[in-house]
Structures are given as C-alpha cells and as structure tokens.
Write a protein that binds this ligand. Structure first.
Ligand SMILES: NC(=O)c1ccc[n+]([C@@H]2O[C@H](COP(=O)([O-])OP(=O)(O)OC[C@H]3O[C@@H](n4cnc5c(N)ncnc54)[C@H](OP(=O)(O)O)[C@@H]3O)[C@@H](O)[C@H]2O)c1
Length: 335
C-alpha cells in the first residue's frame, strides 16, 4: 500500500554557527516506507517545533545525541494510522509519537500512544496534553509545589510550557507572575490565562518590575529563559525558595556558557535549585497526562496554539518560535 505514496521530509542540511535559519534545512521527497511486523505507518496531521531541537542542531555533548545531518529532523507528531502490523493499532486510530518533520513515519507500535481526538483536538496532545504539559506539571507540582499565598514566577509565560505552569500554580493557590515578551503577550497572560501579573522583559525595567510585582519576595521560580530574567527574579528570592530549571532559551541555545550573575542568594536563602529533563521521569507521564487532559476537557486549563500551515513551512515555524512568534504551542499542520 505504502509503496505508491510519496513522503516529503525535512532534513538537517547544515549546523547553525549562531542563530538558526531556514537555510539549515532541506526538503526531500522519497517513497514512504513499508511497516514491518510490529510497526505502524502513520500519516502526520501535525508536527511539533520545540526549543530542544535548536540544542540538538549543535554538535556538542548534551542529554541527547545531536541531530544527525541529512536525516529527518526528529520531532513529535500527531497523526492517523494508515496501515498497522501491530495488534494494538488499526487504520484510522489517532496517535502521537516521535515521527519527525515529514508526511509519514513508520514507527514501532510500542513507541506510539493512542489518543482520543474526540476528547481534545488532536494537536493538544503535542501541547498541554503532551510533553510540554507534563514538563509544566512535573516542574510545578512535584519540584516547586507552591503553597497558597506564596509568590511564584514563570518565564516564557505565554508559551507552551509556561502557560500551563502558571495556571497550575494559580490552581494551587499561589500568586503567579509571568514574564513574557511584549505588551500583547503580557495582556494574554493576565487576561486569558488568569495570572496575577506579567512582566514584559523587553521593556527593560526588570529590577523595578519584579519589585512592583513581587513586594513580598518570590518563593518559587519555574525558569524557562535564564540570563537577566533569572538574575532579576533571584534577587527577590525568599528563604527556602525552590527553582525548577527547565530551560535557558534566552541564550537561543547557541552552545555558549550560561552564567548566573550572583550565586550568593542560593546560599543565603538556602535555595533548592533543580535542573530537570522531563524524559528522565517517564513514571510521571501517565498521571500527568490524565490530570492535564481532564483539566483541559473541563475548561479548567485554557490553552492556545500558533499553527503554521504546510510541512514545507516547518523550518520557518521553528525559527519563528525561537524568536517568540508563537503564543501557546507552536505547531505545523501537515495534512
Ligand atoms: N527540561 C525539559 O524537559 C523541557 C521540556 C520542554 C521544554 N523545555 C524548555 O521550556 C522552555 C519553553 O519551551 P516551550 O516548548 O514552552 O516553548 P515556548 O515557550 O512555546 O516558545 C519559546 C518562547 O521562548 C521565548 N523566548 C525566545 N527567546 C527569548 C529570549 N531571548 N528571552 C526570553 N524569552 C525568549 C519566546 O517567548 P517571548 O515572546 O515571551 O520572548 C518564545 O515564544 C524552553 O526553554 C525549553 O527548552 C524544557
């Protein structure tokens, strides 16, 4: 069946020296592969663009191997089963998995997750009901565990992870301050996501803005950005504060060093700082996904997405996401 189908795929053509650009990628067309025993052929409906992919474009030692040149860019996808040689799947099933930036993938059935596209829109399973949502859930509820009345900060607050983080912290009873780029995103964070305040880091008044937004100090930071944003928040930490270090996208993941301006506060405030990579915590995925999809379906957790149309526009969607073009989860609609 698959032999007649053509598969467009986007590969990494070369590595960026600094900022990633669409010229780092190349699109090719090849015949779609046939599933072997235990495998499933999936037609991609959505593919994901995520910050970690920028890190994988560098040829450096990290928590995952670098993206190989001339190979399909690895990514999450949400799609529909076309052909199955695995007993757990049949044509028409909606699934998510690591399919990459292409029209079709052939995946081991053991690595696919069946999802209910009647409960939530299919693309939600790449966002708040997928890896970014679990990242938010784990870092917020398990690492920081905010208490009622405490002050909680999250950066990249209008993004896929940050938007979920702030809402979860708010539902735990914390006062929640977001940090985002520009007045429109800050308005979205306060008016649509329900945060108590939002600091526009591009306005250039980080110290004064944190002082105004957090008069009683800060008890928890969910850090997605690093650099000046983290430094300014750390200056207001309270004793026994917790920091969940989730990402450092402020650097653009260009493989440069990521200094913290003053480590003294970590000592004097007896801070717990925990760096984490969500793939190290598979045991939290089932409970987190069940909780998150229930909150979304019941309207307790709101979410947005920025959808780019067409597989061929995936590199542009990725580059745009890295510079803040997205509100909520950045996705590409393939078919
Ligand atoms: N540890 C883990 O397991 C894990 C898992 C998933 C994600 N993450 C991390 O979580 C963070 C958010 O990821 P996401 O998928 O939710 O992406 P996202 O927030 O939806 O999109 C990235 C956002 O980063 C912000 N940004 C870009 N450059 C910036 C800069 N120089 N300074 C401040 N903000 C900047 C932009 O928002 P503005 O318009 O507000 O600038 C952009 O929209 C990233 O750091 C990512 O690496 C970590």
């Amino acid at each position: 069946m698959a032999t007649n189908m053509q598969n467009r795929r986007i590969v990494l053509a070369n590595r960026p020296k600094d900022t990633a650009s669409v010229d780092n990628f190349r699109m090719e067309t090849v015949p779609a592969a046939e599933p072997a025993e235990g495998e499933v052929l999936v037609r991609h409906r959505f593919v994901s663009v995520d910050p970690y992919m920028r890190m994988r474009m560098n040829d450096v030692k990290s928590y995952v191997p670098p993206q190989a040149l001339d190979q399909v860019m690895g990514s999450g996808m949400a799609g529909e089963v076309v052909e199955s040689r695995h007993p757990g799947f049949k044509p028409g099933d909606t699934v998510v998995g690591s399919g990459g930036w292409q029209d079709f993938s052939v995946l081991n059935g053991k690595l696919l997750r069946k999802v209910d596209a009647m409960k939530l829109p299919l693309e939600a399973y790449l966002g708040p009901a997928g890896m970014p949502g679990v990242t938010a859930w784990y870092g917020t509820l398990k690492l920081i565990a905010p208490k009622p009345g405490q002050t909680f900060v999250v950066s990249a607050a209008a993004g896929a992870v940050g938007s979920v983080v702030g809402q979860l912290a708010k539902q735990e009873g914390a006062r929640v301050i977001g940090v985002a780029g520009g007045p429109d995103k800050c308005r979205h964070v306060v008016e649509e996501l329900g945060f108590d305040a939002c600091i526009d880091y591009k306005a250039g008044n980080l110290t004064a803005d944190f002082a105004a937004a957090a008069p009683d100090g800060i008890d928890g930071i969910f850090e997605n950005v690093g650099g000046a944003v983290l430094d300014a928040a750390m200056r207001r930490l309270n004793p026994f504060a917790r920091i969940a270090l989730c990402g450092l996208i402020g650097s653009g993941y260009k493989a440069a060093l990521q200094p913290i301006a003053d480590a003294t506060v970590l000592l004097t405030c007896k801070v717990t700082l925990t760096g984490f990579i969500i793939s190290d915590h598979p045991e939290h995925f089932p409970p987190a996904l069940a909780d998150l999809s229930d909150r979304i379906a019941s309207g307790k957790l709101v979410w947005s997405r920025t959808i780019t149309e067409g597989l061929e526009n995936t590199p542009a969607a990725f580059v745009g996401m890295l510079s803040g073009a997205n509100t909520g989860k950045a996705l590409v609609k393939v078919s």
